[in-house]
Every structure is written in C-alpha cells, then in structure tokens.
Write a protein that binds this ligand. Structure first.
Ligand SMILES: CC(=O)N[C@@H](CC(=O)O)C(=O)NC[C@H](CC1(C(=O)N[C@@H](Cc2ccc(O)cc2)C(=O)O)CCCC1)C(=O)O
Ligand SMILES: [Zn+2]
Length: 494
C-alpha cells in the first residue's frame, strides 16, 4: 500500500496525455493553486482512484493481519493496541470531550468559509446550508485550508502577507530553512544538530530515483545518527514542516541518554507537538518581521483577525479531520465497519464531524480513506489530534516563561508571542523532553504547563478574538451555523 501511494501517478486535467503527475510536488501544487472546480474535481477523483481504490484489497488483508498481531500482543484488536500508547483508560472519551470544547469554534469558522466559497464559486457549487465540497478547500484531504486564505481572509484590503513569495524572492534554499530552524532551537539553549545529521539527511527530492517523499524524521538509536528525509519545496508550508521534523530530532537528542526503552515521546502526541509548538512562535508576525519575511508596521485589530484566521484555517480545521481518520479506523479494527461499509462509514464520519462532502458520488468500488498517506502506511493519527490540542498548552506555558505572554495584559497577547532566544523557556522545554517516555505523560505535561490533563483551554484562549469576530460576522450575514445532510450519494443502499 505504501509503495502504491508513493508511486501513484495521474493524468493532467488540461493535457490528457500528460500522465506522470506525482502527489509531491505536482498534484499538491496544482491543488494549492487551482481555482477551477472542474480541474480540482478531476485531481481529487483521479488521486482517490489511484491511491485509494487501488489499495482496498490490500487494506482489507492488512486489517486481518494487524488484528492478529494485536491479539499476539495480548490486545483485543489494533484499536486497543494503538490506544495503549496513551496509558489512560478513557482515551476515546477524552478525545470526544475535547471535540465538544472546540466544535462551536469550528462550526463558526466552517460557516464563514462556506459563505466566502459560495461568494466565489456560486450557490450551484457551494450550497447555503449543506456540507462544503471537499475539493474546494486547497488540500487533497481538506485537512488544512491554508491555500484558500488569499481569497477568503476577513479583511482582504489589508496587505497580503505572502511568506512563500517572500521566501522565493529572498532566494531561500532547503538548506537555509534547515539552518534557520536549527538556529531557533539553539537560541533556546537546546541542542545543535550533530555533524552526522547534516551529512546523512536527504532534504531535497533526488533526481535519480523514486523515494517516499512524505517527510520523516529518524532516530538510529546510537546517540549520534539522527536524520530527516523530505522533498523540500521553497514555500511556507515546507517552512512549517521543516520545524515539525526538526522538533522530532530535538526530542531524539534530548532523550538520547535514556535507556532505549524510554527513548520515545511521553505519548505519541507529545512527539508531534514539539516542532509545531516552535512553529507557533516562528509563524507569529513578530518573528516573521524579525527574520525579514514580513515588512511593515505592527498589528492593528483587522490585521490581527487576519492573522488569527490564517492560523485557524490551519489549526482548528485540522481537528475534525484528524479525529475522523482514527474514529474510522477504530471501527474497522473492531469489526464494527465491514469492508462492504468502508467508504460509506468513512464519509458519514467526515460529513458529521468535518461538514465536508465528496465532489462526486462514491460507491464501495472506492476506498477514499487510503488516499491519505497514514492509512496506506499504517500510521496512527490520533497523535496529531492530541498534538494540535496540547501544542497550545505548551505554547502558553513557554510564552509565560519567556515573558512574552501575560494573562489579561493586552500588550502581551498569546497570538503575538515569540519565544525566540528565551533560555528560560528552552530550559523548561528541555527538562520535559529529557524524560522521554520514562514518566507517565501527565507528569511530563505538569512539568511544563502545571496541568496534568489535555485541555482545549490553551487553543480556545489563543483563538478567542477570532471566535468573537466569527460569531459577529456570521450573525451580520445571517449565516446558517452547521450543515444539513449532503445530497451526494456515498452509501449504496444497505
Ligand atoms: C520514523 C518515523 O516514522 N518518524 C515519524 C516521527 C516520529 O514518530 O518520531 C515521522 O517522521 N513521521 C512522518 C510525519 C510527516 C508529516 C505528517 O505526516 N503530518 C501529518 C499531520 C500534520 C499536518 C500538519 C502539521 O503541521 C503537523 C502534522 C499529515 O501530513 O497529515 C508530514 C508533514 C508534517 C509531518 C511526521 O513527522 O509526523
Ligand atoms: Zn511528526
């Protein structure tokens, strides 16, 4: 399944004889830039056929084999095996409670984006009250909507902040992005990338062979060999990804003295949150001005709403997507979702939680879940849902330690916090990372944040001004909040 995913190619919409389009960078770039619903529909349908439907039989077999492996490890099924990593009895209930906390904010954002897409594409393409067609959101899986920011942001007359353009104008290279990320970590008194990292990593797509381009960070468990493999393109998204992968490497470095059994994240979500937490500082207007990627004056109210919107269509919209991916697979591993129901149950969950619908009718000849890397590559995904919650708890704690955030002080807001060069913040982070998986994760969480649980309060505090603005704006335009059932057929009648 993984090699099928890595080598899948599709034909161009504009030129039916050009059939060598790979996901990275070709389809990804086309999907990010195209504003033609017909071209987007073509790319969506063709990718889901090549990488999704084609993996259905292998996936069905993999479920059987992986459940057998789970039983041999004394688990009931793979769902229980995956959840054991979080060491709490009520993990699924905690995920559900976190979703209840964030859902009102998501529904406001969803309603606003649906209106802006309807303004652009018309109400024959985007309905007033239904789900949003998944192919119009700038990302093959509609997991982050950052690529539609340019024509949906709240205050369009405010200066466009196009980091990608600035990076390309300033002749950024993949190496420069890695060196900047390394320098940020060093500014926090964290560990520099070792010599072998620079020698052994692959940071650009090779021209002489096919590799799995999906970015990855590797610990060779010898205390000195740590590597990243990614097909870097010079754009803002890969600037974020570079920090994400470097976050994994920094965690590897911080716990490299632990016994091997403890060289892991406190839980899988912790490992995913390190790099993204640093990236929250890097993506702040203050930091982007510091490194010269954004010019011009400080924030005013409207610019701040635009900035929070840009962060929200990346971070808030990701949560229901991540939640869906593993709720679907828990049902599959438990046998509640049979192969003949795979696609129907997948889309029922995506419509119910994310409020999106496929661009065309689906049948059980399709298998859209596998068109997402982690499903084809057997990688658990709840780790990212956890990460997108706890990274705001980490960010708030680090910002307070850096003197960058003071509750109730409007001159020290969370959205404009940049912990760059704060040794106090870096030392606290290092102390938590050094634990690895040697302590239960509530101990690690408490060491850094003073809290012993995953809570949405950090995220909700960060986005509160946006939530208030969205409620007022949706009220002003009389937007329907939530979505009515989709008219697209994706469950062939039972
Ligand atoms: C040996 C091994 O497997 N190592 C693990 C790390 C470890 O376990 O030590 C590893 O390298 N996993 C690869 C995976 C890659 C990426 C990913 O898949 N991201 C998710 C979700 C997401 C999206 C936006 C975002 O800002 C953060 C996350 C997606 O793209 O859907 C691609 C882009 C970013 C991270 C990763 O780094 O997590
Ligand atoms: Zn990761």
């Amino acid at each position: 399944m993984e090699s099928n995913y890595a080598t899948s190619k599709i034909c161009s919409f504009k030129n039916a004889t050009k059939c060598d389009l790979a996901l990275e960078p070709d389809i990804t770039e086309l999907f990010a830039k195209s504003q033609d619903p017909e071209e987007l529909r073509h790319l969506w349908v063709e990718w889901h056929r090549a990488a999704g439907a084609r993996a259905r039989d292998n996936f069905t077999q993999y479920v059987q084999l992986d459940n057998e492996a789970a039983k041999l490890n004394d688990f009931k099924d793979v769902a229980e095996w995956w959840q054991a990593e979080y060491e709490v009895a009520d993990f699924e209930a905690q995920l559900a409670r976190l979703w209840e906390d964030v859902k009102p904010l998501y529904q406001q954002l969803h309603a606003y984006v649906r209106r802006r897409l309807r303004d652009k594409y018309g109400d024959q393409v985007v309905s007033q009250k239904g789900p949003i067609p998944a192919h119009l959101l700038g990302n093959m899986w509609a997991q982050t909507w950052n690529n539609i920011e340019s024509f949906t942001r709240p205050y369009p007359d405010k200066k466009e902040v196009d980091i990608t353009q600035a990076m390309q104008e300033q002749n950024y290279t993949a190496l420069k992005m890695f060196q900047m990320s390394d320098e940020f970590f060093r500014s926090l008194n964290l560990t520099a990338m070792p010599e072998k990292f620079w020698k052994n990593s692959i940071i650009e797509k090779p021209t002489d062979r096919e590799i799995v381009c999906h970015a990855s960070a590797w610990d060779f468990y010898d205390g000195e060999d740590f590597r990243i493999k990614q097909c870097t393109t010079i754009d803002y998204e890969y600037f974020q990804t570079t920090h994400h992968e470097m976050g994994h490497i920094q965690y590897f470095l911080q716990y490299r003295h632990q016994p091997v059994i403890f060289r892991d994240g406190a839980n899988p979500g912790f490992h995913e949150a390190v790099g993204d937490t640093i990236a929250l500082s890097v993506s702040s207007p203050k930091h982007l001005r510091r490194v010269g990627l954004v010019s011009g004056d400080a924030e005013d109210e409207q610019t701040e709403i635009n900035q929070l919107y840009k962060m929200g269509i990346d971070k808030i919209v990701f949560l229901p997507f991540a939640y869906t991916l593993d709720l679907f697979r828990y049902g599959v591993f438990r046998g509640e979702t049979r192969p003949e129901d795979y696609n129907c149950h997948y889309w029922q969950l995506r419509e119910a939680l994310q409020g999106v619908e496929p661009p065309v009718n689906r049948t059980e000849e399709d298998f859209d879940a596998a068109a997402k890397y982690h499903v084809s590559a057997d990688v658990e995904y709840a780790r990212y849902y956890v990460s997108f919650i706890i990274q705001f708890q980490f960010h708030r704690a680090l910002c307070q330690l850096a003197g960058e955030y003071v509750p109730e002080d409007l001159t020290k807001k969370l959205v404009d916090c940049d912990i760059y060069q704060s040794v106090a913040a870096g030392n606290a982070l290092a102390n938590m990372l050094k634990m690895g998986s040697s302590r239960p994760w509530p101990d690690a969480m408490e060491a850094l944040t003073g809290q012993r649980a995953m809570r949405a309060d950090g995220l909700l505090e960060y986005f509160r001004p946006l939530h208030d603005w969205l409620r007022a704006e949706n009220q002003r335009t009389g937007e329907h909040i939530g979505w009515e059932p989709s008219k697209i057929q994706y469950c062939t009648s039972e």
